[in-house]
Design a protein around this ligand. Sequence first.
Ligand SMILES: Cc1ncc(C[n+]2csc(CCO)c2C)c(N)n1
Length: 215
Amino acid sequence: MSENFTDWLRERSEPDWTAVVEHPFTDALFDGSMPDEYMSSYLVQDYQFVDDFLALLGAAVAKADRYASRLKLAGSIAVVTSEENTYFQRSFEALGIVESDRVDPELDPATVAFRDLMRDTRDNGGYAEILAVLTVAEWTYLEWAVRAPAKPDNFVHAEWIELHANPDFQEWVTWLRSELDRVGAELDERERARCLRLFQQATKCEVDFFNAHWD
Ligand SMILES: Cc1ncc(C[n+]2csc(CCO)c2C)c(N)n1
């Protein structure tokens, strides 16, 4: 393959890829028109999503093929468990989210579908397959967030954008992609096809996740 594995995967995940990156939910975040009701239901569900995402990162640490990769992945776990966690708590406070919705909300079908994909990949996937799902979740979020024209006034909106549109996050996504490119180059055709199917499924999960909090 002359082209990068990750570019190859993304090209084959259209039109869903662009539907995520240019989703009207993100436009409403940028221009201040996001209703609190939508932001609340999205963040409540996303907090549950992050739990399984963290477990998937843990599986990547376990299955990585070298120490340098394990270190990088382990470092990203520290980011999810620190800054992001206080963001959710502060936003839940500001939006008046009740305790039961913070700890044990009823899960939306889109959340369940994404969780099932992450759990299945975590338990049954190899390192490349885990990277494929992680890369979709992080790369799509970088791409929508860098489209933000300005910083909104509301901190709930502004910080959600800034968490994904900053140089450290950009660097992490660049590393994830280069790691998947590296590992992907060693795969045979069947293994590459399995990664592609997961990449496409994860991209579809991202579209459905935004759609679940938008109409
Ligand atoms: C549905 C959904 N997809 C992707 C992300 C992105 N994401 C997941 S965990 C995390 C922390 C940094 O590694 C980030 C940015 C999200 N939040 N919600």
